[in-house]
Ligand binder design. Structure first.
Ligand SMILES: [Zn+2]
Length: 353
C-alpha cells in the first residue's frame, strides 16, 4: 500500500468525464489561432483583446457571475469559431489532448451540432468532423472518447428532432447519446418531448440538463422522457421526493461544482449538495461542464470536492466508478475502465473494515 499525497493521488486517479461541452472547453490559444485563421480566410471574426487577461474575461465566467444566462454569453466567440469542418475537428482533438493531460481515461464530449450548421456546412458533416477529431485524439492520446449531441432549448422543437435522428445515424460510430442544453428557466424540457421520443424509438441513451437553474419538476420530467442521467440536478436538493425518485431509478447526477457555483444554481460553495446527494444514496459523478468558461479541470473539481464539499478519496473513487457504470458505452468499454479503477484502488486505497 502506497501512501500518496493528495495532489499526486488526484493526478494519478483514472478519470471519467461524462459532462463536458466542446465549445466551452476550447483553450484561449486555440481560439486565438482559429480567429486568426478566420481573418486570413476573410471570414467575419469577432475581436478578442490581445491581452490574455482581458481575453479571458470574455471567455470565462466572472467570479461574480449573476446567472446562467450571463454564463452562456461566454460561448459566443467559441461558437463563432466552430463554423468549419476543420476547426470542429481540431477543437475536438485539442479537448482530448487536454483530457489526456490529466489522466482522463474515458470522455463523453457534448456539443450542439445545429450551432455549427449553415448553408456551407450540413448537419452530418458537423457531426462527422467532431467524431473525427475525437478519434484522432483517441488514437494519439489513448483516451476513449465519444460524442453526445445536444439539442438547444431555445431552438424549434422540430430542429431538435433532427438532432435525435442524426444521433441515430451516428450511434455507435462516435455518437453515444443525446442531451438538451441552454437556458433552462425560460424553456422547460417538455417543450422538446418529440426529440426524446425519437431518441427512445432509436434506442439512443438520454441525458438532460435539468434542475440546474430551473425547478426540480424539470428533473422529474427529464426522467419521464427517458433520461438515465441528469445534467446538474441541483434542484433535487430542495425536493426530497425527486431526489428519492432519482435514487430509486438509479439516475446519475452529472455534477459540475464550479459551474453550478458560477451560475448561481447554488447560493455558494457551502450550500452545494454533493455530500447530501451521496448520503441519500444518489449516483453522482464529477465533471468540468466547461473547462474554459468555468476556468477548471477535472483535477480542480476533485480537489474542490475534497477540500470544500466533504468528499473523501473513497467518495471520489466511487464517483469515477459510477461514471464508468453509467457511461453511454458498450459493456466491454465500461469493464476496461473498471479494471483501471480497481487497479488504482488496490494500489492507493486502504479498504476500511
Ligand atoms: Zn452542461
Amino acid at each position: 500500500m502506497m501512501e500518496m499525497d493528495l495532489k499526486e493521488w488526484i493526478r494519478r486517479l483514472p478519470k471519467v468525464e461524462l459532462h463536458c461541452h466542446l465549445d466551452g472547453s476550447m483553450k484561449l490559444a486555440t481560439i486565438r489561432k482559429f480567429l486568426a485563421d478566420m481573418r486570413t480566410e476573410g471570414a467575419d471574426a469577432p475581436a478578442l483583446p490581445k491581452d490574455d487577461g482581458a481575453a479571458r474575461a470574455l471567455l470565462q465566467a466572472p467570479a461574480d457571475c449573476e446567472s446562467l444566462e450571463r454564463y452562456l454569453k461566454c460561448f459566443d466567440i467559441p461558437v463563432a469559431c466552430l463554423q468549419t469542418a476543420a476547426r470542429l475537428r481540431e477543437a475536438a482533438y485539442e479537448l482530448i489532448r487536454d483530457a489526456a493531460g490529466e489522466n482522463v481515461v474515458y470522455m463523453e464530449a457534448r456539443f450542439a451540432p445545429m450551432l455549427s450548421v449553415h448553408p456551407g456546412l450540413p448537419l452530418d458533416e458537423v457531426i462527422e468532423s467532431v467524431i473525427a477529431g475525437l478519434k484522432d485524439g483517441e488514437r494519439d492520446f489513448g483516451v476513449r472518447a465519444q460524442a453526445i449531441l445536444c439539442g438547444m432549448r431555445h431552438m424549434d422543437p422540430a430542429i431538435n428532432v433532427r438532432v435525435a435522428e442524426a444521433a441515430g445515424r451516428f450511434f455507435g460510430k462516435g455518437v453515444c447519446g443525446v442531451d438538451l442544453a441552454g437556458g433552462e428557466a425560460d424553456f422547460p424540457p417538455e417543450i422538446h418531448r418529440d426529440m426524446f421520443k425519437k431518441a427512445r424509438e432509436l434506442g439512443i441513451p438520454i441525458t438532460i440538463h435539468a434542475g440546474e437553474c430551473g425547478n426540480a419538476e424539470n428533473i422529474k420530467t427529464a426522467v419521464a422522457m427517458g433520461a438515465t442521467r441528469i445534467g446538474h440536478g441541483i434542484a433535487a436538493d430542495k425536493e426530497p421526493s425527486i431526489l428519492k425518485l432519482c435514487v430509486r431509478e438509479r439516475v446519475l447526477f452529472e455534477m459540475c461544482p464550479t459551474s453550478n457555483i458560477q451560475t448561481k444554481a447554488v447560493k455558494d460553495g457551502a450550500s452545494y449538495p454533493l455530500r447530501r446527494f451521496l448520503d441519500a444514496g444518489a449516483a453522482v459523478c464529477l465533471n468540468t461542464d466547461n473547462r474554459t468558461v468555468s476556468g477548471t479541470t477535472m483535477s480542480r473539481e476533485i480537489g474542490l470536492a475534497m477540500e470544500k464539499l466533504g468528499a473523501s478519496r473513497e467518495d471520489i473513487w466511487e464517483m469515477m466508478r459510477r461514471g464508468a457504470e453509467c457511461a453511454f458505452a458498450p459493456e466491454d468499454t465500461r469493464r476496461k475502465i473498471r479494471v483501471k479503477l480497481e487497479n488504482f484502488r488496490e494500489k492507493t486505497l486502504t479498504r476500511e473494515n
